[in-house]
Design a protein around this ligand. Structure first.
Ligand code: IMP
Length: 195
């Protein structure tokens, strides 16, 4: 079986590749000759994940899956949420985004937050979604060099380190994307006895 993972984010690709069984051939957008920005214009995480998967199926004809993720911060009424990528502006810069979030929370006592990922699968003309959540809190300063995005300031519940201080295997085990992708793999296995 082969499936396109509709992302240009090499960090996401690395995380997901580690969870997908070896007998599923993962194709990248580059592999299918897609070099354009895939539209993400919906106002929900689930809407954006579905939009990306449908776009690839419609324009390139491949069965595929796409993920969309948001960071919801309690003290900010769940912002940045669906706008996490461009929280500090259209340059979509991770350092700018983290700096803005740390500034916004400078006087906040409640630093609780969670990541939500929705994975949308387009398979045999059928659409399926898989959800993953990771609860935690926003640290006061950045810690760690691994991972990407908001990882240096997100500390998962029950751990005393940020995602950026964790090995990929631990982030995948307890993280939002890992949980959603594990559900996707379970679904694929239950529909295909060869996986
Ligand atoms: P998107 O799913 O690529 O649209 O991600 C939205 C925003 O959340 C971007 O700024 C990403 O860098 C950030 N993000 C997505 N997944 C993660 C993650 O696993 N850890 C930290 N930040 C993430």
């Amino acid at each position: 079986m082969q499936l396109v993972f509709a992302t240009n984010n090499l960090n996401k690709l690395k995380e997901v590749q580690a969870l997908i069984p070896a007998n599923i051939k993962l194709l990248s957008l580059k592999d299918i000759g897609c070099f354009e920005d895939i539209p993400e214009t919906q106002n929900t995480i689930e809407g954006n994940a579905i939009q990306k998967a449908e776009y690839i199926k419609e324009h390139y004809g491949y069965d595929c899956f796409a993920d969309d993720t948001g960071l919801m911060v309690e003290a900010l009424n769940d912002a940045p949420g669906v706008y996490s990528a461009r929280y500090a502006g259209i340059q979509r810069d991770a350092q700018d985004n983290m700096n803005k979030l740390l500034d916004e929370l400078a006087n906040a006592e409640n630093r609780d937050a969670h990541f939500t990922t929705v994975v949308a699968l387009h398979l045999n003309n059928h659409l399926e979604t898989f959800h993953g959540i990771c609860n935690g809190s926003i640290t006061k300063t950045k810690h760690g060099k691994k991972g990407f995005g908001y990882d240096p300031i997100f500390q998962p519940k029950d751990y005393d380190m940020t995602f950026a201080e964790m090995d990929l295997s631990l982030k995948n085990e307890i993280g939002h994307r890992g949980k959603a992708i594990s559900k996707l793999v379970h679904f694929l296995k239950s529909h295909n006895s060869k996986i």
